[in-house]
Design a protein around this ligand. Structure first.
Ligand code: TYM
Length: 325
C-alpha cells in the first residue's frame, strides 16, 4: 500500500516562489509514489480578516495555481478544507486535549499576537485545526517549509496524547522539510523569510509576476557590500538566497551553481537568476491563465466528494472512541 501524503496552503496573500520551492515543488514530485491529498485551507486563512469577495476568488485561484504547478487530479486529491466538515469536527475534539500554554509557545502565534493588542482565539487555535487536517487521513508524510515544523511537532504530540487516552486511533506523521528551499528568504530583507502577507511586493516573487516585475525585484534584491559569490547563509544571506533559488529553478546542484560564479559579479548572478525564474514560471503562467474557473470548481467538487467519505469514517471512529457514538 502507498504511504499517505497530506499538505495544505492558505488562500491568503500572494502565493510566491518560496511557497513553491519550500512545499509545492515536493508535492508535485511525490504524486507518483504516494497517495497524495492536498487542500486549499480556507478556514485557516480567516484567522486573519479576509475580504469575503476577494477570499472566494483567492480560493479558486489558489487551486488553479496548484493545478498549474503540476498537481494532476488523476493522481492526487485536491479539495477545499471548508467543503469537508470533519476537519472542524476533529478540530473540536483535539481542542479538548490541547493545553493553552503549548499553543502560546508557537512562534507564528507569538509573532502575530505581538502585533495585536487583543488576539483572536482562532489564531491561537490555528495549529489544532492543522493537526486535524493531517490526522484525519492517517497521514504518513507532510511536505512543508521550515516555518511549519513546530506545528507538526504539536500535531505529533496530539496524536500520541489522543492515542494514550482513547486507544490507538491516529498515525504519528513525519514532516518532510528539504535541506535547501525550505526557507526562501525575502528579497528586500534576506534575514526574514519570503512572506505572503509582506507589506512590500519587493519582499517576494509572486508566481504570477510578469518578466519585467521579476527582473526589477531581483535586480533590487538586497545582497551585501562584498564582491564574492559564495553560499554562506550566515554571512551572506542575500547572495546565498539567490544561489538557492537559481539552483532549485534550474534543477542544478547548489555547489555546481556556486562554483560556476567564481570570479563573477553580483549583477550577473541577479540577471541569470531573474532569467531562470522567468523561464521556469513561463510554462506555469501559460497553464494558470488557460484553466477555467469551471474546470477548477469541478475538480474541487470531485476531490471533496471522494475525501468526505474517508474523513467521515475517521470522525465516526473518533466519536466512538470518545464515547459520543
Ligand atoms: P502557508 O499557506 O503559509 O504556506 C504554504 C507552504 O509554503 C511554505 N512556505 C515556505 N517555504 C519556503 N520558504 C518560504 N519563505 C515559505 N513560506 C511559506 C509553508 O511552510 C507551507 O508548507 N499552516 C500552513 C497550511 C496548512 C497545512 C495544514 C500544511 C494548514 N493545514 C496541514 C500542512 C498540513 C500554512 O500556513 O502554510
Amino acid at each position: 500500500m502507498k504511504k499517505i501524503v497530506f499538505s495544505g496552503i492558505q488562500p491568503s496573500g500572494t502565493i510566491h516562489l518560496g511557497n513553491y520551492l519550500g512545499a509545492l515543488r515536493n508535492w508535485t514530485q511525490m504524486q507518483d509514489d504516494y497517495e497524495c491529498i492536498f487542500s486549499v485551507v480556507d478556514l485557516h486563512s480567516i484567522t486573519v480578516y479576509q475580504d469575503p469577495k476577494a477570499l472566494r476568488r483567492k480560493i479558486i485561484d489558489t487551486a488553479k495555481i496548484i493545478l498549474a504547478l503540476g498537481i494532476d487530479p488523476k493522481k492526487s486529491t485536491l479539495f477545499v478544507q471548508s467543503d469537508v466538515p470533519a476537519h472542524t469536527q476533529l478540530y473540536w475534539i483535539l481542542n479538548t486535549i490541547t493545553k493553552v500554554p503549548e499553543l502560546e509557545l508557537m512562534t507564528q502565534y507569538k509573532d502575530k499576537a505581538s502585533k495585536n493588542r487583543s488576539t483572536m482565539a482562532g489564531l491561537l487555535n490555528y495549529p489544532v485545526l492543522m493537526a486535524a487536517d493531517v490526522l484525519l487521513y492517517d497521514t504518513d508524510i507532510v511536505p512543508v517549509g521550515e516555518d511549519q515544523r513546530q506545528h507538526l511537532e504539536i500535531t505529533r504530540e496530539l496524536a500520541r496524547r489522543f492515542n494514550d487516552l482513547y486507544g490507538k486511533t491516529f498515525k504519528t506523521p513525519e514532516p518532510l522539510i528539504t535541506k535547501f528551499g525550505s526557507k526562501i528568504m525575502a528579497l528586500d530583507n534576506p534575514l526574514q523569510k519570503m512572506s505572503k502577507s509582506a507589506p512590500s511586493p519587493y519582499n517576494y516573487i509572486a508566481l504570477t509576476d510578469s518578466p519585467e516585475v521579476i527582473t526589477d525585484k531581483i535586480k533590487k534584491s538586497v545582497t551585501d557590500s562584498e564582491t564574492v559569490i559564495k553560499y554562506d547563509p550566515a554571512r551572506k544571506p542575500g547572495v546565498s538566497n539567490l544561489l538557492t533559488i537559481l539552483s532549485l529553478v534550474t534543477n542544478r546542484d547548489l555547489k555546481a551553481v556556486e562554483e560556476s560564479y567564481f570570479g563573477e559579479n553580483y549583477g550577473k548572478l541577479k540577471i541569470d537568476t531573474a532569467q531562470a525564474v522567468i523561464s521556469f514560471l513561463s510554462d506555469f503562467q501559460k497553464k494558470f491563465y488557460s484553466l477555467s474557473d469551471d474546470k477548477v470548481l469541478s475538480i474541487l467538487k470531485s476531490g471533496s466528494k471522494k475525501i468526505n467519505k474517508i474523513a467521515q469514517e475517521k470522525i465516526n471512529e473518533v466519536y466512538r472512541k470518545v464515547g459520543l457514538k
